[in-house]
Ligand binder design. Sequence first.
Ligand code: MSP
Length: 538
Amino acid sequence: MAATGSEKQGGKAYYVTTPIYYVNDAPHLGHAYTTVAGDVLSRWHRQRGEKVWFLTGTDEHGQKIMRTAQTNGVTPQEWADKLVTESWKPLWEHLEIANDDFIRTTQKRHTDRVQEFVQDLYDKGEIYKGGYEGPYCVGCEEYKLPGELLDGEGDFAGQKLCPIHKTPVEILSEENYFFKLSDYGDKLLAHYEANPGFIQPESARNEVVNFVRQGLQDLSISRSTFDWGIPIPWDAKHVIYVWVDALLNYATAVGYNENQAKFEDTFPADVHLVGKDILRFHAVIWPAMLMAQGLPLPGRVAANGWLMVGGEKMSKSNLTGIKPQDLTSHFGVDAYRWYFLRAIAFGQDGSFSWEDFSARYTSELANDYGNLASRVAAMVGKYFGGELPAPAADGEAEKAVHEGLAKAVAEADRRIGDELDFQGGILAVFDFVKQVNGYLTEQEPWKVAKDDSAEGRARLATILYTAAESLRGVAVLLNPVMPDTSQKLWDSLGAEPALGTVADQKVQEAGTWGRLPAGSVVTKGAILFPRLEEKPTA
Ligand code: MSP
C-alpha cells in the first residue's frame, strides 16, 4: 500500500539499503546493478513525497581484504582507504547515485556499536563457546556444507570447490563463539508464513524456506586465526565474523545505540536489496540476530539475479575487461542506468551484450523517446515561436492520450514503487511514449500547420499541447531512472518557472492533465540521446 507523502513526512523514513561491498577490488557492472536499482527505488519514493533514507557503503574487514592488502604490500586499512576514495565513491558519484550516507565498517561509529550488540547477545546467553571444523570459502567468507561443494577438475583435481567461486575451499578448525541460530528456525518460518512479501522474488523465498525447514546449525560468529576485524569485547583473541559485522551496518549507520531518535525514524529497512548470492545472510541470519535482540525485522529482502558473462556470474575474474565507465563513456550515464533495469526482469539472471544495449539505445531511447522530444520542441518553435499554445477542444484522440498517461503513472508507480518490477514500470512509460508517437503520426500536425484558418491554428495548438504535456509526464516518471535526461527535457519544455524542479514533482500528480501551463517557453535544447559512435575496439 502506498502511503502518501503527508502521512509519511513526519514519521519513519522509507529506508532502502544496498549490500555493503567488499573493497578487495574496484566495483564492476554487477555491483553497479544493485546500487542503481537502490537509487531508482529511493528516488521514486522521494518523488512520492516520502521521507527516504538510502544507504550504501563498504565491507572492509575479513580475510579476503586482509589477503588482498598483503598481496599489494599495504595494510588492510590503507588498502580500504585507497579503494574507497579512488574507486567506489567516485563511481557512485559518476553514476549519479544519491545515497544519503555511506558507511564503512572500519568507522568507529560502526565498530563500537557492533561490539555493544555482540556483548549484549553474549550477556543474554545467545552466544556460547564451541569448536568447529569445516570447509570455508574465503571468497564468500562462509563455512560451506560438504554437500554443496563441487569436485575440482584440471588444476583443482582432487580438491573440493565453492559452488559460487569455483575455487578450492579450505578446511578450517577453530575454537569459536557461536550464535544460537538453531533456536530461530521455527520463528523464522512463522515470520515468512505471516509475511509472504518478506522475501522477493517467489523463487528466492522458496529457496530460503526449504533451507530453513531442513534445520539450522548454530553460527560461528568469531575467528581467531587472523586479526583484521572487530575484537570480541570479552575475548580479544577473537575477531567478530565479518558477516555479523557487516549485517549490523544497517543498524549502526542509522543511529543504533547512539541516536535513538534517528534510529526510530529509520530502522528497520523497508527494503534490503541484495544479490541472490547473499540472500541467506539477509533472510535467515540477519532476522535471527534481530529477533535475538528484540529489534524489529526489515519489511522486505529483495534478491536481484546475477549479471552473467559466458554463462557465469559476472565477477572480477571473468569480466573480460568491461568497466561501468567503459559503457558510460559510450552510451552515457543515463542510458547505462536505464539499460540493465529495462533489459533484465528484476530477480532474474541476465546477460549483458554490447549489441543488445546498442540496439535498444537506438530504437527505444534515441528513436522513440529522444526524437519525440526534439520533434515536439521543434514544432512548437516553428509554428508558435517557442511559446506553448493553449489547447482548444479535446477530441477522442486527446482523451485517449490523457488516459494513457494516467495509466502509465498508475502502472509505473505500482510496479516500481511497490513491486520493484523496474522493467515493468519502465515499459509502462515507454508504451505511453509509443502511444504519443502514434498520436502525432495520426494527427499529422505538419499538415494541419498548412491550414492558416483560426480552426486550423486551434487544432494545431491542441495537438502540440497534448504532445508537450505528455512529455511533461514522461519527464517526471523517468526522472528516477534518468535524472539528467529528465532535467534536459524539463528545461526544453520550460516547465520549471511554473512547476518547480523535476525532482520535486510528485508521482501522484504526474498523471493530472494540464499541469504544464500554456505560455511556457519551449526551446529545442540538447539532444537527449545522441547517435552512437562506432563501438570502440578493445
Ligand atoms: N560484503 C558482502 C555484502 C555484505 S552486506 C551486509 C558482499 N560484497 S560483494 O562485494 O561481494 O558484493 C555483493 C553484491 O554485489 C551482490 O549481492 C550483488 O548485489 C552485487 N553483485 C556482485 N556481482 C554481481 C553480479 N554478477 N550480478 C548482479 N549482482 C552482483 O557480498
